[in-house]
Design a protein around this ligand. Structure first.
Ligand code: FAD
Length: 395
């Protein structure tokens, strides 16, 4: 009989870990595995706030896919997915077509703008190597522009929309970077404004209030101004207009206020909520039992029926179960149910500072920053072993 064909879309946390697990666990000629990704590198999304602010090199946030997969066991196709056709079991790529027996969708998310006018057009998003290189250059360029037009204080005003994990981590790095840029461009640091705008009643909604207060304290000391419980009403080419009527003139608006699933899922006719597919306990879609969805474009509900936040942590745990279940489907053995096991959360606040909850412990300051490094290194170890830890780990 024909060898079953598994296609994995996206080499993010979910996709790359699924591919690595499959290449380890499948026997010779048991399945054909193809991994498709837009770029020939995997990016370590959880690092991206650093190169975006310019506190680290973008090179440190990416790894060549050929270094992670065994090309005798997994076919890598560098291409952009244009369309998923579940009824025909086909994937339309920009330059070819693939057919599959089993499909894994790990295409990640897209910025959620909640319909706020202008955000899509005028704000920047931290989402890929290309986008963070752009943000880094853009920030530097504002300093250069200011030296030419010293009345334009809006060049030195940086608005970050959203105080979730991404927003808070980026603020920490940006606040670290600004003093260095001020020195480099001979700019008075007092002219620079970093403003965070968050619509929810608190920063890091749902996180431990004591740690949230600590985080805000650290960031305020570094020069961040918070406007919490304040919604952005509109983003314009000149800055943002808040629901309070206040107008902030800013040449830089970075939007981190939310993500939704990749649009291709709804276009494929799958039932979605904000672009994300609610999967069954085996991580399959309701409509097709040969399609698995993992990572930021899936939704897993907790015991209270509420979705878990999309994180790298859950994407990797899903990848383990997804790989197991693909093999079980091929071997006719029993699949495993997915249960999220929260190992904790640590958010960095810039150099040497972080907050987090690990197990039942609250951590902050230097020890939390060390924990963050450990978590990063553990990930490098999982995907690339010791060589990758030595190459990309920041000690
Ligand atoms: P992604 O990692 O987004 O990967 C999707 C992949 O699909 C990408 O490689 C992309 O190039 C590819 N792709 C997309 N569209 C196409 C297409 N049309 N064709 C081909 N390929 C395509 N989570 C944590 O758990 N801990 C953290 O500390 C943490 N920190 C974060 C910090 C920042 C700054 C950000 C932005 C996120 C952070 N997250 C963190 C969240 C975490 O990064 C995401 O939840 C995780 O990346 C989701 O993994 P994924 O596999 O679903 O998608």
């Amino acid at each position: 009989s024909r060898i079953p064909r598994i296609v994995i879309l996206g080499a993010g946390y979910g996709g790359i870990v699924t591919a690595i697990r499959l290449q380890k666990q499948l026997n010779y000629n048991e399945a054909d595995v193809t991994l498709v990704n837009k770029h020939d590198y995997h990016y370590i999304t959880t690092h991206l706030h650093m190169p975006a602010a310019g506190t680290d090199n973008p090179e440190n946030a990416r790894v060549e896919i050929s270094k992670l997969i065994d090309e005798f066991k997994v076919d890598f196709v560098k291409s952009t997915v244009l369309q998923i056709k579940p009824q025909e079991k086909k994937i339309i790529l920009e330059d070819s077509t693939l057919s599959y027996d089993y499909l894994v969708i790990g295409l990640g998310g897209e910025p959620e703008t909640f319909g706020i006018p202008g955000l899509l057009e005028y704000s920047l998003n931290i989402r890929s190597i290309n986008s963070v290189r752009f943000i880094r250059e853009h920030i530097e360029y504002q300093f250069a522009r200011f030296k030419k037009e010293p009345t334009r204080k809006d060049y030195l005003t940086f608005v970050v929309g959203g105080a979730g994990f991404t927003g808070i981590e980026f603020l920490g790095e940006l606040a670290d970077r600004i003093p260095r840029l001020c020195r480099e461009f001979d700019v008075n640091p007092e002219l620079v404004q970093i403003i965070n705008v968050e619509a929810a009643p608190t920063a890091l909604p749902g996180f431990d209030p004591e740690l949230v207060e600590y985080a805000m304290g650290v960031l305020k000391d570094k020069g961040v101004t918070f406007k919490i419980a304040t919604a952005i009403k509109e983003c314009t080419p000149d800055g943002v207009i808040l629901a309070t009527g206040e107008v902030i003139k800013a040449a830089t608006v970075i939007w981190t206020g939310g993500i939704r699933g990749n649009r291709m899922l709804e276009e494929a006719g799958l039932e979605t909520s904000r672009g994300r597919v609610v999967v069954d306990s085996f991580l399959r879609t309701k409509e097709y039992e040969n399609i698995y969805v993992i990572g930021d474009c899936s939704i897993v509900l907790n015991d209270q029926g509420r979705p878990y936040p999309p994180t790298a942590q859950i994407a990797m745990q899903q990848a383990d179960v997804c790989a197991h279940n693909l093999i079980a489907a091929i071997r006719n053995s029993s699949p495993r149910e997915f249960k999220f096991s929260n190992k904790g959360t640590v958010a960095s606040l810039g150099r040497g500072e972080a907050i987090g909850i690990v197990g039942k412990y609250k951590i902050k300051g230097y020890s939390a920053a060390m924990m963050k490094k450990l978590i990063d290194m553990r990930y490098l170890y999982i995907i690339g072993g010791i060589p990758l830890v030595l190459k990309k780990g920041r000690f």
